[in-house]
Each structure stands twice: as structure tokens, then as C-alpha cells.
Design a protein around this ligand. Structure first.
Ligand code: ATP
Ligand code: FE
Length: 331
């Protein structure tokens, strides 16, 4: 009845607990994330340090998650863990921990795909029933999938250069707004004028559903050099990024005949993006609070979906994979 989810794919140690409800629904019972701070001084994630921090923290994070859920470890009935994609060493820590736990408790183990976790994070808010379109906008991905059936992913479009979150982070750094860039841009944008800096829509007129953020980044750099304020840069960039994400997703929804769009990943926390989707003709579903950026509960939710779909547990010999496209068949 209780599924424990673990994510250690990058620099967050996440452990969450999800309850399978009798009526078939799911409920998040705990979601603890330890965000590593050691990397700040290097200006980027140091893989070896990330692995070490996961080793040091994972026990405590799990203890906190179980305490939040009011459970003992013996109450856990299944364990789900991210097996990829992500940093190899970091992934291995969570995977070894999850497998060991499943073996010790003698419960089924499910290896989960990180992006599937991001998508299923939205199951905390509404039942996800295929078909739907899934837009994953995170620090490393800007991918649009069509999901015609449960567990089947067709890649519809992707970024040709930077991921959306990466663009928020880079422009925030350029404007001196700090890290992580998403929330900083979003906050500064409320005080800026979105018309002050011209941002041209990327890939205008394309027939496909790809994304590109490098042009917006260059426009931001030029405007910054010309003396634009951080607030105006933030407001103009955020509006342009939100527009292109929503517009492309809506075109794809129409082309594939989908009424529901699941929007997930760190950038899905963005208020302007949520507002724009809410005002659009599609039914947009977003993850609940604390479930947008990397966390363990989303992996538990992916595990819950696997169990509900009757998927067999993974083998305990399942390894970590640094590179693992979600789409099947792979493009
Ligand atoms: P991936 O899942 O692709 O490997 P990741 O796990 O590192 O990448 P997430 O944790 O899902 O990425 O998301 C982090 C990103 O989300 C960061 O780039 C951050 O700037 C962005 N982000 C967070 N909050 C917001 C916000 N309110 N608005 C825009 N972007 C945001
Ligand atoms: Fe992620």
C-alpha cells in the first residue's frame, strides 16, 4: 500500500512516500528533498561531490520522509528508484540503496525513468489517463511527448540547444539575479517591463514542434551589454519563453488530437507559464507543490503507476544508465 520513491539523479537527494488508495487513486504522504549546497562555490554540479553527499544524506532523508508519513520502514510495500538518466555515480547511490532496501524488506523493486517520474509528478493533482501530451521542461530537458497509451512515449519535439530551465539559469546569472535562475527571473519579472527588450520568437513558422532558447539567450546578452535592467530582461525573457512553450504545446495538442497537456519539470513551477496554460483551450495538469523540481515522491508516483498498470517488478541486477531516452521507439 505504501511505495517509497528515491531520486538521486543529480544534486538533490529525494525520498518520498506515496499511498495507493483503495479506490485506485494515489496520495503523496511524504516528500523530503535535501538540496546539496556544496556545489555553489564551483558554479556547477561536481559529480564526485554529488555522489558523496548522497551517500552521507540518504539515510537521514529517508528517516525524515518515513517520520513525515508516520510510518516505519517495515510498512513499505514497494521501492521505486531512478535508474537514469542522470549522473552515473549519483544514480548508483540511490539505486544501490533502493535495491538493498527492497531486498531487506523482501518487497518488489521498480527501476524508474527520471523523466517518467517528472511526468507522473502531475498524478499528485489529477489522475493521468492516456492519451495526453506531456511537456517536460526542466534543467536538462525541454521535451514534448505524445502519450497514446499508458507507458508509451512518442517524441514529438525537443530543444535544439539549451533546455528551458538552463536558459532561465543562464540569463539569471548574466543579469546577476543568482541561482537557481527560474525563481529569481520569475520574481524580478514582476518588477520589469516586458516590452523594454525585444525578444524575437524562436523557430517562427516551423512546421514541427521543436524548441530553441539560444536566440533568446543571445538577445538577452546583447540587451544586457546595452544597459537593460535585470528586471526588464527577466520580464521580456520570461514572456517570450512562456509564449513559445505554450504556443508549441498547443499546436502539438491540436495536431495529435489531445485535450490534456501534462506540464512538468522544474520550469512547471513558473507562475506565468501556469497562468498562460490555464487561459488556453487545453486541460493543463501540473505537479503539486514541491513536486516540480527533482524529488522522490514523483518516482514513487511512477512506481505506483507501474504497479497499477500491472508491470512486473525490475530485476535487482538492473543497472544505472547515464543516457536513456524515454521515447519508444527511439527516434
Ligand atoms: P533534468 O530532469 O532534465 O535532468 P533537473 O532535474 O536538473 O533536469 P529540475 O530539477 O526538474 O531539473 O528543474 C530545475 C530547473 O527548473 C532549473 O533550471 C530552474 O531554474 C528551473 N525552475 C525552477 N523554478 C522555476 C520557476 N519558478 N520558473 C522557471 N524555472 C524554474
Ligand atoms: Fe529532473
Amino acid at each position: 500500500r505504501y511505495i517509497l520513491g528515491i531520486d538521486t539523479s543529480c544534486d538533490d537527494t529525494g525520498v518520498g512516500v506515496v499511498e495507493l488508495l483503495l479506490g485506485g487513486g494515489v496520495q503523496v504522504r511524504a516528500n523530503r528533498v535535501w538540496s546539496q549546497t556544496v556545489h555553489a562555490q564551483y558554479g556547477g554540479v561536481m559529480p564526485e561531490l554529488a555522489s558523496r553527499e548522497h551517500v552521507e544524506r540518504i539515510d537521514a532523508v529517508m528517516g525524515d520522509a518515513l517520520a513525515d508519513a508516520g510510518l516505519r520502514v517495515e510498512d513499505i510495500g514497494a521501492v521505486a528508484t531512478t535508474s537514469g538518466p542522470g549522473l552515473m555515480g549519483a544514480l548508483l547511490v540511490g539505486l544501490m540503496y533502493g535495491k538493498g532496501l527492497a531486498q531487506a524488506l523482501d518487497v518488489p523493486f521498480y527501476a524508474a525513468h527520471h523523466l517518467e517520474g517528472h511526468i507522473y509528478a502531475a498524478a499528485s493533482e489529477a489522475e493521468l489517463r492516456a492519451p495526453y501530451l506531456a511537456l517536460v521542461v526542466s534543467g536538462g530537458h525541454t521535451h514534448l511527448f505524445d502519450v497514446p497509451r499508458e507507458g508509451e512515449y512518442v517524441l514529438v519535439g525537443a530543444t535544439r540547444d539549451d533546455a528551458a530551465g538552463e536558459a532561465f539559469d543562464k540569463i539569471a546569472r548574466l543579469a546577476g539575479l543568482g541561482y537557481p535562475g527560474g525563481p529569481a527571473i520569475s520574481e524580478a519579472a514582476t518588477r520589469g517591463n516586458p516590452d523594454a527588450v525585444p525578444f524575437k520568437e524562436p523557430l517562427q513558422g516551423q512546421k514541427g514542434f521543436d524548441f530553441s532558447f539560444s536566440g533568446l539567450k543571445t538577445a538577452a546578452l546583447l540587451a544586457h551589454k546595452a544597459g537593460a535592467t535585470p528586471e526588464d530582461l527577466a520580464a521580456g525573457f520570461e514572456r517570450a519563453a512562456v509564449r513559445v512553450l505554450v504556443k508549441t504545446a498547443l499546436r502539438a495538442a491540436q495536431a495529435y488530437g489531445r485535450e490534456t497537456v501534462v506540464v512538468s519539470g522544474g520550469v512547471a513551477a513558473n507562475r506565468a507559464l501556469r497562468k498562460a496554460f490555464a487561459a488556453s483551450p487545453v486541460r493543463a495538469v501540473f505537479p503539486g507543490k514541491g513536486l516540480n523540481t527533482d524529488n522522490g515522491a514523483m518516482i514513487a508516483l511512477a512506481g505506483a503507476a507501474a504497479i497499477q498498470a500491472g508491470r512486473l517488478p525490475s530485476s535487482l541486477t538492473e543497472g544505472a544508465v547515464a543516457y536513456a531516452p524515454l521515447a519508444n521507439p527511439q527516434p
